[in-house]
Design a protein around this ligand. Sequence first.
Ligand code: TZP
Ligand code: MG
Length: 210
Amino acid sequence: MNKKERLSTDLYCITAEKFSLGRSNIEVVKEMIDAGIKIIQYREKKKKMLYKYQECKRLREMTKEAGVSFIINDDIHLAMAIDADGVHIGQEDLPLEEVRRLLGKDKIIGLSTHSPQEAADAVKRGADYIGVGPIFKTNTKEDVCDPVGLEYLEYVVENLDIPFVAIGGIKEHNVDQVWKLGGRCICMVTEIVGAEYIKAKIRSIREKLN
Ligand code: TZP
Ligand code: MG
């Protein structure tokens, strides 16, 4: 599968152990894989590097075996060390060009964007996909900016030809608003990792998309 094919999937999941109701990332990712999720990002801001490395080694094995793309948030070294499929960076991380130089052309690089200007810039600089958000208000991310709203998503759908992931405050009850506008890859963090039954939650969200 090429990069574009790997990015054309309905749900993009992100780990957040703090919201996972006492379950480990290993347990949560296993549920996601069992539910048929095809792309998972490891995002843990507060853990020590050695811990993250060991956890990601295991997650890399699990995702590889299942044919699931595994993306690391922010940390290029960690991504390289475990041979992740790619990284997701923000506007204030290492510049995309440097990340590309370090990871090579075959790895997936995602960049968070919050405006048409940032999105156009991401396309020009060779991002493989962009994050579009936060669509709605969210408390999951620290120092998050104000919601960009559905207007920005609509702009991306209508004007850009790049895979994108809609993120931020998306829940089962409002996912139809995002889907209706053409958000074809959707990320929900707490709605999924914080669900009592993750597989049932994913099934139920998917029913809303059909
Ligand atoms: N980037 C933009 S919003 C966000 C990230 C990582 C957090 C989204 O979390 P939730 O729980 O789906 O609102
Ligand atoms: Mg970041």
